[in-house]
Design a protein around this ligand. Sequence first.
Ligand SMILES: Nc1nc2c(ncn2[C@@H]2O[C@H](COP(=O)(O)OP(=O)(O)OP(=O)(O)O)[C@@H](O)[C@H]2O)c(=O)[nH]1
Ligand SMILES: Nc1nc2c(ncn2[C@@H]2O[C@H](COP(=O)(O)OP(=O)(O)OP(=O)(O)O)[C@@H](O)[C@H]2O)c(=O)[nH]1
Ligand SMILES: [Mg+2]
Ligand SMILES: [Mg+2]
Lengths: 283, 290
Amino acid sequence: TELKAENLRPILSEFKLTLIENDVAVPVAERICEEMEKRLNGLQIKRIEDKRKIVEQNLREVLLEIMTTNERIDFLKTVEEKRKKNEPFVALFVGINGTGKTTTIAKVAHLLNKKGCTVVLACSDTYRAGSIEQLETHAKRLGIKMIKHKYGADPAAVAYDAICHAKAHGIHAVLIDTAGRMQTNKNLMNELAKIKRVVNPDLTVLTVDALTGNDAVVQAEEFHKNVGIDATILTKVDADVKGGAALSVTYVTRKPIIFVGTGQSYDALEEFKPEKFVEMIIR
Amino acid sequence: RLGASLHEALRKLFKAAVVDEAVVKELIRDVQRALLQADVNVQLVLDISKRIEERALKEKVPPGISRREHVIKVVYEELTRFLGEKPVPLKVEPGKRKVLMLVGIQGSGKTTAAAKLARYFQKRGLKPALICADTYRPGAFDQLQQLASRINVPVYGDPKGKDPVKIALEGLRLFNDKDIVIVDTAGRHKEEQALIKEMKMLEEKIKPDEVMLVIDGTIGQQALVQAKAFNEATSIGSILLTKLDGSARGGGALSAVVATGAPIKFISTGEKIEDIEPFVPSRFVGRLLG
Ligand SMILES: Nc1nc2c(ncn2[C@@H]2O[C@H](COP(=O)(O)OP(=O)(O)OP(=O)(O)O)[C@@H](O)[C@H]2O)c(=O)[nH]1
Ligand SMILES: Nc1nc2c(ncn2[C@@H]2O[C@H](COP(=O)(O)OP(=O)(O)OP(=O)(O)O)[C@@H](O)[C@H]2O)c(=O)[nH]1
Ligand SMILES: [Mg+2]
Ligand SMILES: [Mg+2]
C-alpha cells in the first residue's frame, strides 16, 4: 500500500509532541515533521500496520542526519595542526549568562593538558562579580597560567595580551573566557563581535545549557548571525535532559556539537554522540 | 516573535464573522502553539487547552459580553488560575528577622538574586544581610562579597570552609539583629543526590522561614520534574524567575508553580542589582501569550 499524507499526519503529530516534550524547539519540531511528511508521502509499504515503525525509522535517520552535521570538527586534531605550524590555537567561548562557559574552559584546558598541550587562559570577563577569582581558582588548581587585567578593563585587550604571551612562550593553546550576555542585548553582542575581530580565533565556541527550551534556537541563531559560531558545547547534560536542545542548535547553525558537559568536575567533558541523543529525543 | 503569533490568532478571532466552533478550535490551536513556544509544559498545555475548549464552547456566555469577549476571558482566566490573581509579596517586617534560603539549578541566577533581594529590602528601610553557604563553586564567596560591597550590605562566608551548615549557622548567629538574612546556596539538579541531600540537611539545620526556588527563565520542559524534586527535598515556599530580559517567555515558571504550589514572588530582568521587581500575574500572562 502507499503511505498517504492523511494517514501520516496523526502519527507525525504524536512524534511532534514527543519532540517538543523532549525540548526540541517548536519551529524545529514543526519543520522536521513537515519534511518527514514530504519524504514519506507516496512511499510504498508492505503492510499498513508497519507505518508507525516506518515513520519512526525515517525520523531516526532524519534526526541523525541533522545532528551529524557536514562540518565535523576533531578538536584535538585542530589544536595539533596549529602546534605543527608553531602558532597558538585560539578558542573564544561565548554564550548567555550561566551556561557554563568558565567551567567548560577549565575542562577543555584539563583535556589539553592531558594530551600534552600547554594552555594559557584569558579572563576576558571583566564585568561580572567574581569572574576573575573564579577562573583564577581553576587556573591555580590546573597549574595553568591565566592572563587578567582589572575589572572594567577592555576584554579584547586581555585576550590580545594572552595571545601575545602564548606566542612569546610557545604555548600551544589560548582559551578565552567572555562575560555571559543575552543575545537580545545589541551593545553586548557588538562588543563580542569586536573581541572576535581583534582576536581572530581559530574556533568560536557557543555554550548552551541542555536544559534550555525554545530559547536555544534564538540563542544559536543570534550568536551565529552576530558573532559567528564554529562549534557548540552542550552543558549540564547530566541533569537528566532529554537532549532536544542538541537538535534545535544543530538545526539552525549547521555547526557541530564538539563536546557535552556532564558534571562539575574537570573530567566531566565527553564527546558528543549523535546516535545516543537521537534515541533520547524520540522516546 | 511569539507575540506576533498570538496577536495574529486574536486578530483572526476579531475578524471572524461568526465565533463558531471552528473559529474557537483554531484559536485554541494557536494558543497551544504559543504556550508551547513559551516553554509551558506539554501536559499542562493540553490540560489548559482542553478546559478552555470546554468552557468556550459549552459555557453560557454571560449577559452583556459577546461570544468573542467571553472566549478571550476564558483563555485569560485559565492561565491566571495557576499563577494567582494578585501578586503575593515577600513579607519582611522590621525587628522580626526573616531567613530566606535560595536554592536552584546551576547557573540559574541565585547569587545575583541574593544581592538583588538584599538591595530591594534595603531600599524599603529594612536591614538585610547575606550569607554565602556555597562551598563548591570557585569564587562564590568573592562574587557575593563584591556584590554586597557595592550596596553596603554585610556578608558572611568562609571561602575555605567545607561545611555549609556550619557557615550558615555562624552567619545567622552574627546577623541576629537583621530584618532579613538571605542564604545563598550552591547550584544543584535532581540527579546530584548528594547535593540534594545536603540541601535537605541545610534546611533542617538552619530552619529558614522560606525556601525560594530560583528558576532560569530560559528553562524548557524539564522545569516541572526538576521543581518537583526540589519541592520533595525542601518544601518550596516561593519562586524567583530570572533572565526575563532575554527572549525567553518563562513558561517553565508555570510548571514550577504547578509542581510546588508556591507563588512566584519576584522576577529578575537583567544583570544589574536594580534589575528585580515583584511578580505581577497579569503582566506575566501577557508575556506568555505575547
Ligand atoms: N551539573 C553541571 N553543572 C555545570 C556544568 N557545566 C557548568 N556547570 C555549573 O554551572 C554553573 C555556571 O557555570 P559557569 O561556568 O560559571 O557559567 P558561565 O557561563 O561562565 O556563567 P557567566 O560567566 O556568569 O555567564 C556552575 O555552578 C558550574 O559548576 C555541567 O556540565 N554539569
Ligand atoms: N541577563 C541576565 N543575567 C542574569 C540575570 N540573573 C542572573 N544573571 C546572570 O546569570 C549568570 C549566573 O548568575 P549567578 O548568580 O552566578 O547564578 P547562580 O545560580 O548563583 O549559579 P551557581 O551558583 O553556579 O549555581 C551571571 O552572569 C549573572 O549575572 C537576569 O535576570 N538577567
Ligand atoms: Mg563565566
Ligand atoms: Mg551562585
